[in-house]
Write a protein that binds this ligand. Structure first.
Ligand code: NDP
Length: 247
């Protein structure tokens, strides 16, 4: 999939919301989607980072993005419903949703997992993503062929020692995607997951502090798959988990 060659106008006139758009893979996705013509709604918890991404997009002459400062740890269902109403009134439709923001929590034995960490990881990685997606379904349905992409991990299909809460959250992500994909199989919507594979970001550095980041693919390297799944060439894909870096 890494050799997909996206046409320059792939995402022209599309409006796409990206969570965790201020850093790492989400930031790169915002830049790559904007470069292909999309208007990006940049959602994240650190406004300064979102503003930097905004500036890069505007400096390049790509469509002016919007910024939604939101901490998915504290957000309520009402926040997402209000956000959906605002998106509908400002843009009329939503063509894409990249559920990218996640937290790692702590890598630790199951006996050490505290309720606080369990709740935080499940809230950001699962509950918030579900209720945001639920609130956005009506405005996604206004698009001709909206694409919703969730972000999984290798530990989302095979559990691994010490990856406890994060791994459980990624299994839940895959389940959420499959339920939605099946329920909307006969609609204009499609739901898929991407497992990015080891990628040079802050989250990866936190998980593998001794690793040399130069040995890893960059977020830019894995963008062809993100572009493929967001654009019209993937309209028939539904309910799948795609691996950005196949072995
Ligand atoms: P980063 O930690 O680099 O970026 C994550 C982004 O999510 C940041 O912008 C962060 O905001 C945002 N975020 C975190 N918590 C919240 C919150 N409570 N509310 C709003 N935004 C939040 O991670 P990656 O880019 O590496 O990861 C992106 C996705 O890819 C994740 O889902 C991750 O699980 C997955 N993944 C990554 C792999 C890798 O090797 N990098 C491998 C497998 C999966 P802020 O900038 O403010 O911290």
């Amino acid at each position: 999939m890494l050799d997909y060659n996206a046409p320059d106008d792939l995402l022209k006139d599309k409006t796409i919301l990206i969570t965790g758009a201020g850093d790492g893979i989400g930031k790169q996705a915002a830049l790559s989607f904007a470069e292909k013509g999309a208007t990006i709604i940049l959602l994240g918890r650190t406004v300064k980072k979102l503003e930097k991404v905004y500036d890069i997009i505007v400096e390049n002459g790509w469509p002016e993005p919007a910024i939604v400062p939101l901490d998915m740890k504290g957000a309520t269902v009402k926040h997402y419903q209000d956000m959906a109403t605002t998106i509908e009134s400002q843009f009329g439709k939503l063509d894409g949703l990249l559920q990218n923001a996640s937290v790692l929590g702590h890598l630790e034995p199951v006996t050490q997992i505290t309720e606080d960490i369990f709740d935080e990881v499940m809230k950001v990685n699962v509950k918030s993503q579900f209720f945001m997606t639920q609130a956005l379904l009506p405005v996604l349905k206004k698009s001709d062929n909206a694409s919703v992409i969730f972000t999984s991990s290798s530990v989302g299909s095979k559990g691994r020692a010490y990856w406890g809460t994060y791994a459980m959250s990624k299994f839940a992500t895959e389940g959420m995607m499959e339920v939605l994909a099946d329920e909307y199989a006969n609609s204009s919507l499609r739901f898929n997951c991407i497992n990015p594979g080891g990628t040079r970001t802050q989250m990866r550095a936190k998980a593998f502090p001794a690793e040399n980041p130069e040995t890893l693919k960059t977020p830019e390297d894995i963008m062809p798959l993100y572009l493929y799944l967001m654009g019209k060439d993937s309209v028939k894909e539904n309910g799948q988990t795609f691996v950005a870096q196949p072995k």
